[in-house]
Design a binder for this molecule. Structure first.
Ligand code: ZN
Length: 309
């Protein structure tokens, strides 16, 4: 028993010591921040600043600025708090929670309370959910740096997992990102779009090297890997978020799409694909990127069909 008491004393002193170094920073915290970070409270679910945050960047500790989580590890758990399936190496310390059941997570640098970690829930392949209070964090956004040497094209052709899968295989295409376009909500979540009330289409951003592949070649492939004649969705996915569209960046792209649609119509297809002006592209969270490669499976509603002569 004596040893246990000494052990508890050491632990308590250590925690106090860790935070003591940061007294000045802690004094600057609001009462709400202190309640969570120092007194290990929990913010209310679904109201935290970063619960649905999609920006790319690094989440740092509110007290000591240590980098804690990378946005690429953030996923939609729908639990009401920001969720990460990994932390920056060595940045987050696990300690048994005072409740004797859960595992608490604290900033390894200053000891500030972050939240809890859960395993075995099956959300992502890492099977880990760091459930973090937004109020314990700051976000340093990385600019969505566009490489001047590369070009960007935007298409919607049903479930973005399949469109991404096929367009990514083209030579000269550097990257295809799954996301949302055309709705009336900023930074929509996957669940919001799937519930079909944001007006967004599931879309992809194709990042390509125009010296290696043309916009026309990508657009041709787009028309041959999804059914451009389906008017109510794509394959089994029915709803406005699955409609077929090309979001054009310029008159030249518009003319290219018009030309390709005319070719298809000459081949007997009644094309439902809309030509829309390029609008803001919202990247979907990491769990939707490279979906089929991560799962090791093939798309269920996309495939190649030759439609051009
Ligand atoms: Zn810290």
């Amino acid at each position: 028993m004596k040893y246990i008491i000494i052990f508890i004393l050491i632990i308590t002193t250590m925690n106090a010591f860790e935070l003591k170094q940061w007294t000045k920073n802690i004094e600057k915290l609001s009462d709400e921040e202190k309640h969570v970070i120092v007194n290990k409270g929990t913010e209310r679910p679904f109201v935290g600043k970063y619960t649905n945050e999609k920006s790319r960047g690094i989440y740092t500790c509110k007290v000591c600025d240590a980098p804690l989580f990378d946005s690429s590890d953030k996923f939609d758990s729908n639990c009401g708090w920001p969720s990460f399936d990994d932390a920056i190496k060595g940045a987050v310390k696990r300690v048994p929670d005072a409740d004797g059941r859960r595992v608490e997570i604290v900033c390894a640098n200053c000891g500030g309370h972050l939240g809890h970690v859960f395993e075995g829930e099956g959300f992502t392949s890492k099977d880990t959910r760091h459930c973090v209070n937004s109020i314990s964090l700051n976000l340093t956004k990385k600019p969505d740096a566009k490489d001047e040497k590369l070009s960007y094209a935007y298409f919607a052709g049903g479930c973005f997992w399949g469109v991404e899968y096929y367009l990514e295989k083209l030579d000269g295409v550097k990257e295809v990102i799954s996301g949302f376009m055309g709705g009336h909500v900023k930074n929509p979540s996957y669940y919001e779009v799937v519930r079909s009330n944001t007006g967004h289409l599931e879309a992809v951003e194709v990042v390509y090297d125009a010296s290696k592949i043309s916009y026309e070649k990508i657009a041709r492939t787009f028309f041959e890997i999804h059914d451009p004649t389906q008017i109510n969705g794509q394959g089994p996915d029915i709803g406005e978020q699955y409609l077929s569209a090309a979001f054009v960046n310029s008159d030249k792209e518009r003319e290219t799409i018009k030309k390709l649609i005319a070719e298809l119509e000459a081949n007997g297809y009644r094309v439902a694909t809309k030509i829309l002006k390029k609008v803001e592209f919202y990247r979907a969270d990491e769990s939707h990127q490279n979906y089929y490669d991560k799962k090791g499976s093939k798309p269920y509603c996309h495939g190649y069909t030759k439609r051009f002569k």
